[in-house]
Design a protein around this ligand. Structure first.
Ligand code: BG6
Length: 465
């Protein structure tokens, strides 16, 4: 559907951008920070990627000033659990508390609304060593951590996100966290994370009646490779397993029936204790945050041994025998890293989420990873990024015109940071950080062309794209 008069972005629309602690902060071990699973993640030999990252831990004031210059209304960042609790639980590290206090205050100084992710892939190592999410004690540790965050920061933080991309940790656990556990075990971990999320939502509403909290999965609509009913069914399967399993639970407190049947069929169903389902049913989010990079396309999998399990990165579907098979969508261009680009799929994803759940939506990641180049004249001409973002923002406006309630947009990323899969050579930011994988150089911050473009987008509330 085309609109002669597309609706405008709402006046108080939260324009901003995102980062996550382990990808941007650096400061490994600084001021009492404990190690997390990221510190044992496989990264290319010799790189200092996660140890220093963009050194935001030490340069946050300079970075926040640049965010303010772009006109951010919000900034989405994550708190490193092991800065607050170096051992995941037990004693609070006051220096860690202090860092986020300072960051939050610095943002508020410029009227930038903090949007806080409580957990973005970086589980404290000591919890991991005790079984991680497979151990129910991690659920209690998360509840204590959540309570601590609400106590210290709840007076200033109004928007909370529970767990970043839980669905990707389950579907691509080995790629993201380097963990090689069985699917049965993964779905048990999943159940525990869902419980942890539910507990945090209930706690937030009890402790902070004026705050809002929601989940932050990676949601993208799944297309069938053709109009063949079997392909459609495969798309339906993957939509349930990848997307709706997570949102049905967060919003309605129930296991999606197709996803549950899939788990039963494969012997993946988790152990559910008395009281679990009640806890899940009682927790309600105030909004849904989601990350979107591209749509996905799948075909029927005949289960004849041709299909392999998902081991690739999160935006490239491989498949699962007998359930669905990854398919290249020939209609879509690809990024330098092989991810398909589908702005219209963004609008479709908005429509689907909103009609299933009827909650306000905010985008917490969307963006283009590329090999940006710092020119001799000191500029970074990332016109390809501007084009990607422009096309996606146009689709948000169309989704708003379709009647979808969207209250914010936070592309990935506010500033260059270390990519989860390809290290610091894959850049996403509006601000260039002068370092590479092996050489930290001067870490100077340089405004990219997209920086000036996004500033204008925000200034005109999306009128001038
Ligand atoms: C999302 C994650 O999966 O995608 C981010 O939440 C990640 O942490 C982003 O960086 C982009 O993926 P990648 O692999 O290109 O860094």
């Amino acid at each position: 559907m085309k609109y002669a008069n597309a609706k405008k972005f709402p006046d108080n629309f939260l324009w901003g951008a995102s980062t996550s602690a382990y990808q941007v902060e650096g400061g490994a071990g600084q001021d009492g920070k404990g190690p997390s699973v990221i510190d044992i993640k496989r990264i290319p030999e010799g790189t200092t990627d996660y140890k220093v990252a963009s050194d935001h831990y030490n340069r946050y004031k300079e970075d926040v000033a640049l965010f303010a210059e772009m006109g951010f209304k919000t900034y989405r960042f994550s708190i490193a659990w092991s800065r607050i609790f170096p051992n995941g639980t037990g004693e609070v590290n006051q220096q860690g508390i202090e860092f986020y206090n300072n960051l939050i205050n610095e943002l508020l100084k410029y009227d930038i609304e903090p949007l806080v992710t409580m957990y973005h892939f970086d589980l404290p190592l000591s919890l991991h060593e005790k079984g991680g999410w497979g151990n129910r004690e991690t659920v209690d540790a998360f509840e204590t951590y959540a309570k601590t965050l609400f106590e210290y920061y709840g007076d200033r933080v109004k928007y909370w996100l529970t767990i970043n991309e839980q669905n990707m940790m389950i579907l691509h656990g080995s790629a993201i966290l380097g963990s090689d556990v069985s699917k049965k075990e993964l779905y048990q971990q999943n159940h525990h994370m869902l419980l942890a999320q539910a507990k945090a939502m209930v706690l937030c509403h009890n402790m902070l009646p004026n705050a809002k909290i929601g989940p932050a999965p990676n949601i993208s609509y799944i297309y069938p490779a053709s109009s063949k009913p079997e392909d459609m069914l495969a798309a339906n399967n993957f939509n349930a397993i990848r997307n709706w399993l997570y949102l049905d639970m967060a919003v309605y407190g129930r296991y999606n029936h197709v996803a549950w049947s899939y788990m039963e069929e494969h012997g993946y169903t988790p152990t559910i204790l008395d009281g679990d389902m009640e806890m899940l049913r009682n927790a309600k989010p105030d909004f849904i945050a989601f990350n979107y990079y591209t749509s996905k396309t799948v075909a029927e999998s005949k289960g004849d041994g041709q299909d392999v399990n998902n081991t690739g990165d999160q935006e490239i579907v491989i498949g699962e025998a007998g359930v669905y098979k990854g398919h290249t969508n020939e209609n879509l261009p690809k990024t330098e890293f092989g991810w398909e680009i589908d702005p219209v799929g963004f609008r479709i994803t908005f429509r689907e989420i909103y009609s299933r759940y009827n909650l306000p939506l905010i985008v917490t990641e969307n963006g283009l990873g590329a090999f940006d180049r710092l020119e001799e004249d000191g500029t970074v001409r990332d016109t390809y990024r501007i084009e990607y973002l422009r096309k996606h923002i146009e689709q948000i406006q169309l989704a708003i015109s379709d009647g979808v309630e969207v209250f914010g947009y936070c592309p990935w990323a506010a500033i260059d940071l270390v990519s989860t899969h390809q290290g610091s050579k894959k850049r996403y930011g509006f601000i260039f950080v002068n370092r590479d994988e092996f050489d930290l150089k001067d870490m100077k911050r340089i405004r990219k062309e997209s920086f000036y473009w996004y500033k204008k987008v925000i200034e005109t509330n999306g009128d001038d794209l």
